[in-house]
Write a protein of this length. Structure first.
Length: 308
Protein backbone atom coordinates (compact mmCIF):
# COMPACT_ATOMS: atom_id res chain seq x y z
CA UNK A 1 0.00 0.00 0.00
CA UNK A 2 1.40 3.44 -0.87
CA UNK A 3 1.82 5.95 1.93
CA UNK A 4 -0.95 7.95 0.29
CA UNK A 5 -3.42 5.06 0.47
CA UNK A 6 -2.34 4.27 4.05
CA UNK A 7 -3.17 7.85 4.92
CA UNK A 8 -6.44 7.65 3.02
CA UNK A 9 -7.44 4.54 4.93
CA UNK A 10 -6.89 6.47 8.17
CA UNK A 11 -9.10 9.35 7.12
CA UNK A 12 -12.49 7.75 7.81
CA UNK A 13 -11.37 6.84 11.32
CA UNK A 14 -9.92 10.29 12.00
CA UNK A 15 -12.91 11.92 10.31
CA UNK A 16 -15.35 10.02 12.50
CA UNK A 17 -13.84 11.73 15.53
CA UNK A 18 -14.42 15.20 14.18
CA UNK A 19 -17.62 15.14 12.22
CA UNK A 20 -21.02 13.65 12.63
CA UNK A 21 -22.28 11.71 9.63
CA UNK A 22 -25.64 11.08 11.23
CA UNK A 23 -28.52 11.96 8.93
CA UNK A 24 -30.53 14.29 11.12
CA UNK A 25 -33.14 16.77 9.93
CA UNK A 26 -32.20 20.38 10.46
CA UNK A 27 -34.75 22.34 12.52
CA UNK A 28 -36.88 24.85 10.66
CA UNK A 29 -38.70 28.06 11.55
CA UNK A 30 -41.87 25.97 11.86
CA UNK A 31 -40.21 23.88 14.60
CA UNK A 32 -39.20 27.06 16.43
CA UNK A 33 -42.70 28.53 16.10
CA UNK A 34 -44.20 25.32 17.55
CA UNK A 35 -41.95 25.58 20.61
CA UNK A 36 -42.86 29.25 20.96
CA UNK A 37 -46.59 28.48 20.74
CA UNK A 38 -46.13 25.77 23.38
CA UNK A 39 -44.54 28.51 25.55
CA UNK A 40 -41.27 26.59 25.76
CA UNK A 41 -38.46 28.99 26.77
CA UNK A 42 -35.99 28.97 23.88
CA UNK A 43 -32.21 28.95 24.23
CA UNK A 44 -29.90 30.47 21.63
CA UNK A 45 -26.10 30.75 21.52
CA UNK A 46 -23.73 32.15 18.97
CA UNK A 47 -21.21 30.19 16.92
CA UNK A 48 -18.30 31.89 15.21
CA UNK A 49 -16.35 29.09 13.50
CA UNK A 50 -16.37 25.34 12.81
CA UNK A 51 -15.44 24.33 16.39
CA UNK A 52 -18.03 26.52 18.10
CA UNK A 53 -20.55 25.44 15.46
CA UNK A 54 -19.86 21.77 16.32
CA UNK A 55 -20.12 22.47 20.05
CA UNK A 56 -23.45 24.27 19.66
CA UNK A 57 -24.85 21.70 17.26
CA UNK A 58 -23.88 18.87 19.65
CA UNK A 59 -26.01 20.23 22.49
CA UNK A 60 -29.18 18.17 22.56
CA UNK A 61 -31.17 20.91 24.22
CA UNK A 62 -30.11 24.08 22.42
CA UNK A 63 -32.77 25.48 20.07
CA UNK A 64 -31.04 28.01 17.81
CA UNK A 65 -27.53 28.93 16.67
CA UNK A 66 -26.85 32.58 15.85
CA UNK A 67 -23.87 33.37 13.65
CA UNK A 68 -23.64 36.78 15.27
CA UNK A 69 -21.49 39.51 13.81
CA UNK A 70 -20.15 39.73 17.39
CA UNK A 71 -17.63 37.32 15.87
CA UNK A 72 -15.89 40.43 14.51
CA UNK A 73 -14.87 41.42 18.03
CA UNK A 74 -14.91 38.07 19.83
CA UNK A 75 -13.06 35.83 17.42
CA UNK A 76 -11.41 38.20 14.93
CA UNK A 77 -10.25 40.84 17.40
CA UNK A 78 -11.76 43.91 15.71
CA UNK A 79 -12.62 46.84 17.99
CA UNK A 80 -16.25 46.89 16.81
CA UNK A 81 -18.62 45.01 14.52
CA UNK A 82 -18.36 47.89 12.02
CA UNK A 83 -14.87 46.85 10.99
CA UNK A 84 -15.36 43.34 9.69
CA UNK A 85 -15.35 43.05 5.88
CA UNK A 86 -18.37 41.20 4.45
CA UNK A 87 -16.12 38.49 3.02
CA UNK A 88 -14.55 37.74 6.43
CA UNK A 89 -18.02 37.36 7.93
CA UNK A 90 -19.11 35.25 4.95
CA UNK A 91 -16.14 32.84 5.33
CA UNK A 92 -16.84 32.58 9.07
CA UNK A 93 -20.45 31.60 8.22
CA UNK A 94 -19.15 28.92 5.86
CA UNK A 95 -16.99 27.47 8.65
CA UNK A 96 -19.83 27.46 11.19
CA UNK A 97 -22.26 25.90 8.74
CA UNK A 98 -19.88 23.04 7.92
CA UNK A 99 -20.21 22.10 11.59
CA UNK A 100 -23.99 22.41 11.87
CA UNK A 101 -26.37 19.57 11.00
CA UNK A 102 -29.42 19.91 13.15
CA UNK A 103 -29.97 23.34 14.69
CA UNK A 104 -31.97 26.23 13.31
CA UNK A 105 -29.50 28.93 12.22
CA UNK A 106 -29.86 32.71 12.18
CA UNK A 107 -27.10 34.73 10.48
CA UNK A 108 -26.44 38.46 10.60
CA UNK A 109 -26.27 40.97 7.81
CA UNK A 110 -23.00 42.66 8.79
CA UNK A 111 -22.49 46.43 8.81
CA UNK A 112 -21.93 47.82 5.32
CA UNK A 113 -23.62 44.96 3.52
CA UNK A 114 -27.22 46.23 3.39
CA UNK A 115 -27.69 49.90 4.34
CA UNK A 116 -26.92 51.54 0.98
CA UNK A 117 -29.93 50.23 -0.94
CA UNK A 118 -32.50 47.49 -1.21
CA UNK A 119 -30.51 45.92 -4.04
CA UNK A 120 -27.28 45.89 -2.00
CA UNK A 121 -29.22 44.25 0.82
CA UNK A 122 -30.75 41.61 -1.47
CA UNK A 123 -27.37 40.84 -3.03
CA UNK A 124 -25.72 40.28 0.37
CA UNK A 125 -28.68 38.31 1.69
CA UNK A 126 -28.80 36.04 -1.36
CA UNK A 127 -25.08 35.36 -1.07
CA UNK A 128 -25.52 34.28 2.54
CA UNK A 129 -28.69 32.23 1.91
CA UNK A 130 -26.92 30.38 -0.90
CA UNK A 131 -24.63 28.85 1.73
CA UNK A 132 -27.61 26.74 2.76
CA UNK A 133 -28.62 25.84 6.33
CA UNK A 134 -29.46 29.47 7.25
CA UNK A 135 -33.11 29.76 8.31
CA UNK A 136 -33.32 33.48 8.99
CA UNK A 137 -31.25 36.63 8.52
CA UNK A 138 -30.97 39.15 11.33
CA UNK A 139 -31.04 42.82 10.46
CA UNK A 140 -29.90 45.29 13.11
CA UNK A 141 -32.39 48.11 12.96
CA UNK A 142 -36.04 48.99 12.66
CA UNK A 143 -37.71 51.91 10.87
CA UNK A 144 -34.43 52.95 9.21
CA UNK A 145 -34.10 49.64 7.35
CA UNK A 146 -37.80 48.97 6.73
CA UNK A 147 -37.55 48.88 2.93
CA UNK A 148 -34.67 46.38 3.01
CA UNK A 149 -36.45 44.15 5.53
CA UNK A 150 -39.72 44.21 3.55
CA UNK A 151 -37.94 43.15 0.35
CA UNK A 152 -36.14 40.26 2.04
CA UNK A 153 -39.44 39.00 3.42
CA UNK A 154 -41.12 39.42 -0.02
CA UNK A 155 -38.48 37.21 -1.63
CA UNK A 156 -38.90 34.52 0.99
CA UNK A 157 -36.13 35.20 3.47
CA UNK A 158 -37.37 35.11 7.07
CA UNK A 159 -36.04 38.15 8.92
CA UNK A 160 -35.17 38.48 12.60
CA UNK A 161 -35.26 42.15 13.63
CA UNK A 162 -32.78 43.50 16.16
CA UNK A 163 -33.70 46.52 18.27
CA UNK A 164 -32.85 48.16 21.58
CA UNK A 165 -29.08 48.42 21.59
CA UNK A 166 -27.93 48.08 17.99
CA UNK A 167 -24.16 47.58 18.23
CA UNK A 168 -23.71 48.48 14.55
CA UNK A 169 -25.00 51.97 15.52
CA UNK A 170 -23.09 52.35 18.81
CA UNK A 171 -21.47 55.60 17.68
CA UNK A 172 -24.84 57.28 17.36
CA UNK A 173 -25.91 56.44 20.92
CA UNK A 174 -22.59 57.12 22.61
CA UNK A 175 -21.47 53.55 23.23
CA UNK A 176 -22.87 50.21 24.31
CA UNK A 177 -25.61 51.47 26.62
CA UNK A 178 -28.94 50.19 27.88
CA UNK A 179 -31.70 51.58 25.65
CA UNK A 180 -35.29 52.51 26.56
CA UNK A 181 -34.87 53.68 30.15
CA UNK A 182 -36.79 56.90 29.53
CA UNK A 183 -40.53 56.73 28.79
CA UNK A 184 -40.21 58.19 25.27
CA UNK A 185 -37.30 55.91 24.37
CA UNK A 186 -39.16 52.87 25.68
CA UNK A 187 -42.28 53.89 23.71
CA UNK A 188 -40.13 54.24 20.56
CA UNK A 189 -38.78 50.73 21.05
CA UNK A 190 -42.31 49.35 21.41
CA UNK A 191 -43.43 51.19 18.24
CA UNK A 192 -40.38 49.94 16.36
CA UNK A 193 -41.07 46.36 17.50
CA UNK A 194 -44.70 46.61 16.36
CA UNK A 195 -43.58 48.01 13.02
CA UNK A 196 -41.16 45.11 12.51
CA UNK A 197 -43.86 42.61 13.46
CA UNK A 198 -46.33 44.31 11.07
CA UNK A 199 -43.94 44.21 8.10
CA UNK A 200 -43.45 40.49 8.66
CA UNK A 201 -40.39 39.84 10.85
CA UNK A 202 -40.47 36.28 12.14
CA UNK A 203 -38.60 37.02 15.35
CA UNK A 204 -37.18 40.00 17.21
CA UNK A 205 -33.91 40.27 19.10
CA UNK A 206 -34.10 42.72 22.01
CA UNK A 207 -30.68 43.82 23.19
CA UNK A 208 -30.12 45.62 26.48
CA UNK A 209 -33.52 47.06 27.23
CA UNK A 210 -35.14 47.20 30.70
CA UNK A 211 -36.68 43.86 31.60
CA UNK A 212 -40.17 45.35 32.12
CA UNK A 213 -40.13 46.80 28.61
CA UNK A 214 -38.92 43.48 27.14
CA UNK A 215 -41.64 41.55 28.98
CA UNK A 216 -44.34 44.06 27.97
CA UNK A 217 -43.23 43.71 24.36
CA UNK A 218 -43.09 39.94 24.49
CA UNK A 219 -46.65 39.79 25.87
CA UNK A 220 -47.89 42.30 23.27
CA UNK A 221 -46.32 40.68 20.21
CA UNK A 222 -47.23 37.35 18.67
CA UNK A 223 -43.73 36.53 17.46
CA UNK A 224 -40.82 35.16 19.53
CA UNK A 225 -38.55 37.70 21.21
CA UNK A 226 -34.91 36.78 21.79
CA UNK A 227 -33.42 38.70 24.68
CA UNK A 228 -29.87 39.57 25.62
CA UNK A 229 -29.42 41.79 28.66
CA UNK A 230 -33.20 42.26 28.60
CA UNK A 231 -34.28 40.11 31.55
CA UNK A 232 -36.18 36.85 31.88
CA UNK A 233 -39.47 37.92 30.27
CA UNK A 234 -38.56 37.26 26.62
CA UNK A 235 -39.48 34.12 24.64
CA UNK A 236 -35.81 33.20 24.14
CA UNK A 237 -32.43 34.04 25.62
CA UNK A 238 -29.21 34.42 23.66
CA UNK A 239 -25.63 34.47 24.90
CA UNK A 240 -22.39 34.75 23.01
CA UNK A 241 -20.81 31.29 23.27
CA UNK A 242 -17.38 32.71 24.12
CA UNK A 243 -18.95 34.58 27.06
CA UNK A 244 -20.91 31.68 28.47
CA UNK A 245 -17.92 29.33 28.22
CA UNK A 246 -15.46 31.93 29.55
CA UNK A 247 -13.28 31.64 26.44
CA UNK A 248 -11.74 35.10 26.76
CA UNK A 249 -9.77 36.54 29.66
CA UNK A 250 -11.51 39.90 29.39
CA UNK A 251 -14.37 41.13 31.62
CA UNK A 252 -17.91 40.44 30.42
CA UNK A 253 -21.07 42.54 30.59
CA UNK A 254 -23.36 42.47 33.65
CA UNK A 255 -25.96 40.36 31.86
CA UNK A 256 -23.55 37.49 31.05
CA UNK A 257 -23.62 34.25 33.03
CA UNK A 258 -20.33 32.33 32.72
CA UNK A 259 -20.94 28.57 32.90
CA UNK A 260 -17.27 27.60 32.80
CA UNK A 261 -13.86 29.20 32.69
CA UNK A 262 -12.59 27.77 29.43
CA UNK A 263 -9.73 30.27 29.11
CA UNK A 264 -8.04 29.38 32.40
CA UNK A 265 -8.79 25.65 31.97
CA UNK A 266 -7.22 25.81 28.51
CA UNK A 267 -4.12 27.63 29.77
CA UNK A 268 -3.77 25.04 32.57
CA UNK A 269 -4.13 22.21 30.06
CA UNK A 270 -1.46 23.75 27.81
CA UNK A 271 0.92 24.13 30.77
CA UNK A 272 0.24 20.48 31.65
CA UNK A 273 1.08 19.44 28.07
CA UNK A 274 4.28 21.53 28.08
CA UNK A 275 5.28 19.91 31.40
CA UNK A 276 4.75 16.44 29.89
CA UNK A 277 6.84 17.30 26.80
CA UNK A 278 9.66 18.67 28.92
CA UNK A 279 9.63 15.71 31.32
CA UNK A 280 9.44 13.20 28.46
CA UNK A 281 6.11 11.68 29.56
CA UNK A 282 4.42 12.76 26.31
CA UNK A 283 4.27 11.22 23.78
CA UNK A 284 4.13 7.69 25.18
CA UNK A 285 5.45 4.93 22.88
CA UNK A 286 2.58 2.55 23.61
CA UNK A 287 -0.36 4.93 23.45
CA UNK A 288 0.62 7.77 21.11
CA UNK A 289 3.00 6.22 18.57
CA UNK A 290 2.80 4.06 15.45
CA UNK A 291 5.04 0.95 15.34
CA UNK A 292 6.98 -0.44 12.38
CA UNK A 293 7.73 -4.20 12.18
CA UNK A 294 11.31 -5.07 13.18
CA UNK A 295 12.00 -6.72 9.79
CA UNK A 296 10.81 -3.59 7.93
CA UNK A 297 13.08 -1.41 10.02
CA UNK A 298 16.06 -3.71 9.38
CA UNK A 299 15.23 -3.76 5.65
CA UNK A 300 15.14 0.03 5.67
CA UNK A 301 18.60 0.11 7.23
CA UNK A 302 19.87 -2.24 4.50
CA UNK A 303 18.39 -0.01 1.80
CA UNK A 304 20.15 2.97 3.30
CA UNK A 305 23.47 1.08 3.54
CA UNK A 306 23.19 0.01 -0.16
CA UNK A 307 22.49 3.59 -1.16
CA UNK A 308 25.78 4.76 0.40
O1 LIG B 1 -23.89 39.43 17.01
C1 LIG B 1 -24.32 38.91 18.02
O2 LIG B 1 -23.73 37.96 18.57
C2 LIG B 1 -25.54 39.44 18.59
C3 LIG B 1 -25.74 39.33 20.09
C4 LIG B 1 -26.70 40.31 20.53
C5 LIG B 1 -26.15 37.99 20.53
O3 LIG B 1 -26.34 39.96 17.88
Amino acid sequence: MSSFSVFRSLVPRLGARYSSHATVRQKTLTDIKKLYKAKEPLAVITAHDYITGRIADSSEKLDIILIGDSLAMVSKGYASTLEIPFDDYYYACKSVLRGVNQKFVIADLPFGSFEASVSQCVESAVKLMKLGKIGSLKVEGGFEHGEQIKRLIEIGIPVTGHIGLKPQQFNAVGGYRVQGRKAQDAANIIKEAEYLRDIGCSMLLLECIPHKVAQYLTEKLDIPTIGIGSGPGTSAQVLVQADLLGMLDSPTAKFVQKYMNFHSEAVNAIDHYVGDVKSGTFPNIETHSYPIKEEEFEAMEKILQQDH
